[in-house]
Structures are given as C-alpha cells and as structure tokens.
Design a protein around this ligand. Structure first.
Ligand code: AMP
Length: 503
C-alpha cells in the first residue's frame, strides 16, 4: 500500500499531513501527486469533491512555489467563494513548516477595495472566483504574467455557473509556458473544448468516481406530493434527531420558504443561498459547523463550498434540473470514508427522473415511507428512556432534592406519573403527525419498491442496505429494517408492537 512517504513530498509537508491525521493518500492523491510534483505538463484530474483533490493539487503546488520569488506564481480558479476560502485555508495549512508563502483568496460578495489593498502585498498564490478576478484584472490589481501554474478546480461547475467567458479571458492574461491543472467531476463537451483549446498533451488521472464516492451512500426516495414535502421533511427530522444534513432546493425562494417552515416549527435549521451577504453566510456556516444547526437548507450553488465531513443525510427537496447535480449533492454525505443517506422527495414526474438517474449512475433507489406519527413517537420514547436509564445517579443528586421531588410527585400514582412524563415528552414533537403523507397514487416502475420506513431509521447505518453490496432477499431485509427502525420490538404473535401516546 502506498504511503505519503512514497510520493516524493518533503519532510515539512509530511509533518503537516501527520498532524492533520491524513494516514494514507486517497486514490486521486496517490495517482496525481508524483506527476504534479515534477512534470512540466498539463494535467486533467477527474474526481469529485470529497475525494481529497484539494490536497492532490495543493501539496505539489506548495512544493513547487519558489518562496523567494515574490511574483504571483500560481492561480487557482474555483466556482464559489466558500470553495475558494477552503482551498486558501488548506494551502496555508499545508505550507505551515515551509518558508512563508503568501496565499490569498479573492471572491465576489466581499469588499473589492480591501482586496485591492491586500493585493498590493506580493501574493504568490491567488485563489479566485472568475468574476471577481476579472474585476481585479480590470483594475490592474493582479498581475498574472509570471504565473507558472493555473488550477481550474471543479471546472464543470464553473461552466455550469456561466463562467466560460471569464475563464477564457483570464487565461489570456497568463503566459503560454504555464502548466494547467484541470479538475472536474464530469467531462462534458464544454470541458473537452477547454482541454483542446488550452491544454497540451495533458496527463490524465481518472478515478472511478461513481463507484468510489457513492459506495457508502444509501440512495432512497419517498413518494410524496409537493405540498406535503415540508411536513414530510419534519417527520424525518423528528425520526432521527441526531441526524445532520443538507436539504437541497432548486431556488432561493424555495430554500427560504423551507427554512422558514422549519424555523416556525422550532427545528434548528437555516437557509444558505446566494442572496445572503458574505457575513450572513459565514454566520450560518459557523452555526452549522458548531452543531448549533441540525440542517442547512441550500441551493446547489451555495452548497458547493460546504466542507463538513459528518453529514448523515442529504435530502433532495426536489431533484435538480441538471441530473449531474445529483452526484454533487449526494457527495456531501458519506465523506472521508463515512456512510450516509441520500433521500429524494419525489413528486409527480420526479419519479421518472429517478429511473434516469438509476440508469446513468448505476445506482438503485430504495423506496421508503414517510414515518407515521406512531413510529416517530415510539423512536423518540425509546431514546428518551435510554437516556434516562443510562444516567448515573450515584453521588450526583443531593438527597434533599430527592425528598423535594418525592414531595412534589408524591400525590400521584406511578402510572399517572409515567403517563404525564410520556405525554410531556411527546408534546415536544411539533407538527401534526396524524396525516398520512405518503403519496400512494402511482408506483414508479424500476428500482426497488420494497417499502421501508423512515429514511434509514435512527441514522445508525448498519451497512446492510448499501448498494453494490450483495443484498439479502427483500423479505429478509424488511425484517432487518423493522429492527433498525423500531428497535426489534415485536409482539409474540409476530406483529409490530403499537406505541400510542396516552392522552
Ligand atoms: P476535498 O475532496 O479536497 O474537498 O477533501 C475532502 C475532505 O477529506 C477534506 O476535509 C480533507 O481534509 C480530507 N482529506 C483529504 N485527503 C485526505 C487523506 N489522505 N486522509 C484523510 N482525509 C483527507
């Protein structure tokens, strides 16, 4: 097995990697770093976000920048400010033990005068979003005539966002002698044109992104009418209180509406979209990273830069128009070797789109049901009871408080007390859970229609239902999933135990 030591990196960089806890190179790193460290050649890396591609280009870039030369030697173009900031942050970290390098990120939505002022200091590496860089070039705030390396990160995404012309213009300002390193998750014709136009005999590294990135993702869909989607989302959040996720919407307005619905119902959620100021976005991301928020409601574009490795769920409030986005979205979960669930709320024609996705991505969507009120109540009570039962009492409670509690509750029977406790716990569940939100109108063809409840149950993924892994017969899986979602509590007659809150 290859280790970072075998790739030709300096001791200074190896020390940082060990501090970061990077034990072995990811596939894209293993295949790219040796070439990028030495070759005077263009490069194409086909890899998605979450595969470690920032280090794949960032580490060799650090090694190849001449710290004594104060000119701008490398330019990294990225589609969003979040991604630009992350790249800058990672590059700064990678260079911790090397001679000081100046790395600066410039992006739209931030004060341009401040950026122009900062650019008066020599910046050896500039990371930029294309639109802002064009502005800065126009104001003569950056000089790209000594650039030796241009990295086009998430090139397909930059084209999706309409940056083609800006990229063309920017590249005109860079010398012909530079090396261009292009990273992209997909290779549409537009990217091929860029390659033909700007790259010379590029060395190509392709990692089998679909297999590698999606292997730990459990793809699911729930048929639900569009108008019921917000409530259905709440049910999943109730069912899995420890989940952390991103809910993808197509438009800013929808993002805002869903976030407002969740906030009104007291969920820890907020919106992330392009109309927010940089400060607002930073604030939302900070809260999410600190686990103050359980879910982010985001547009595709705004979510590009979310660098969070512990998402258990990605929800597709609706499917994107461009199906390639599905891969980007679902790749937000199951990062850094973890597992995750990607759940589509499928209304009307979206069920047809699922079939196309299954075919083109070679994945299988399992059908799940919107959890019903009883199931949610049962799960919540089990967790509540487990918490109480596992609480250590010895030495923690002053006897005087026990006496006080005894006096306060002394007047009612144990049964009454239990009923009141359960009722008060269940009152915490917000929206009305009595309605059946499942859209049973028409079953879609294809895929796996074996119904499962609750989008992965308690979020504890046991790996049994992963795609690409051999799946036991449907009948057996239903048994397992019953266990996953309801704690295996079955009545002696084999039927599911009913949990009903006492009124
Ligand atoms: P990226 O695809 O560059 O956005 O990286 C995804 C995440 O994986 C980032 O949080 C990196 O810090 C992390 N990462 C990258 N390479 C490795 C590695 N070799 N070992 C462990 N984590 C890594």
């Amino acid at each position: 097995m290859t280790s970072f030591n075998d790739l030709g990196l300096s001791q200074e960089v190896l020390k940082v990697l060990s501090e970061l806890g990077f034990e072995k190179p990811s596939e894209i790193q293993e295949k790219s770093i040796p070439t990028l460290l030495t070759a005077e050649r263009d490069f194409i890396g086909l890899a998605q976000t979450g595969t470690g591609k920032t280090a794949a280009f960032g580490l060799p870039l650090m090694e190849r920048i001449d710290a004594k030369d104060r000119a701008t030697q490398a330019l990294v173009l990225a589609p969003t400010r979040e991604l630009g900031q992350q790249i800058a942050q990672q590059l700064t970290t990678f260079s911790k033990y090397k001679n000081k390098l100046n790395v600066m990120a410039v992006y739209g939505g931030a004060n341009i005068s401040t950026q122009i002022k900062a650019l008066k200091n020599p910046q050896q590496i500039i990371i930029a979003t294309p639109g802002r860089l064009i502005d800065l070039i126009g104001r003569k705030a950056v000089k790209l005539n000594q650039v030796k390396f241009v990295v086009l990160d998430e090139a397909d995404e930059m084209l999706n966002m309409g940056f083609k012309e800006d990229i063309d213009r920017i590249l005109e300002f860079t010398p012909d002698t530079k090396n261009t390193w292009l990273f992209s998750a997909t290779m549409p014709n537009e990217i091929k044109k860029i390659v033909d136009l700007y790259m010379d005999d590029p060395f190509e590294v392709r990692i089998n992104t679909k297999e590698k990135v999606n292997v730990n993702i459990d793809h699911q869909y729930v048929p639900v009418k569009h108008s019921n989607k917000p409530e259905a989302l709440c049910r999943f959040l109730d069912m899995i209180p420890e989940m952390r996720g991103v809910v993808f919407c197509r438009t800013k307005r929808e993002t805002q509406n869903v976030a407002e619905f969740l906030l009104k119902n007291k969920y820890r959620a907020d919106a992330l979209h392009g109309d927010l100021s940089q400060n607002q976005r930073d604030r939302v991301m900070k809260r999410f990273k600190e686990h103050d928020l359980q879910v982010l409601i985001a547009t595709d574009v705004a979510a590009r830069g979310i660098d969070v490795n512990d998402l258990t769920h990605v929800f597709h409030f609706n499917l994107p128009d461009d199906l390639a986005y599905y891969t980007h979205r679902s790749g937000r979960t199951a990062r850094a070797g973890k597992e995750g669930i990607s759940l589509v709320f499928a209304a009307g024609k979206e069920k047809e789109k699922l079939k196309r996705l299954e075919k083109s991505l070679k994945i299988t969507f399992d059908k799940v049901e919107v959890p019903d009120g009883d199931s949610i109540a049962a799960i919540r009570l089990q967790k509540w009871a487990q918490n109480i039962l596992s609480t250590k009492v010895k030495g923690k409670v002053d006897p005087q408080f026990l006496e006080l509690a005894d006096a306060l509750f002394g007047g009612i029977s144990k049964e009454e007390l239990l009923a009141k406790l359960v009722a008060s716990e269940l009152e915490k569940l917000s929206v009305d859970k009595s309605k059946d939100l499942n859209d049973n109108s028409r079953s879609r063809g294809g895929g796996n229609d074996g119904r499962r409840r609750g989008g992965g149950g308690s979020g504890q993924r046991d790996g049994k239902s992963r795609r690409n892994k051999k799946r036991p017969p449907q009948s057996k899986r239903r048994g397992e999933e019953g266990k996953r979602n309801y704690g295996g509590k079955k009545r002696s007659d084999g039927k599911k135990r009913r949990f009903r809150p006492k009124k």
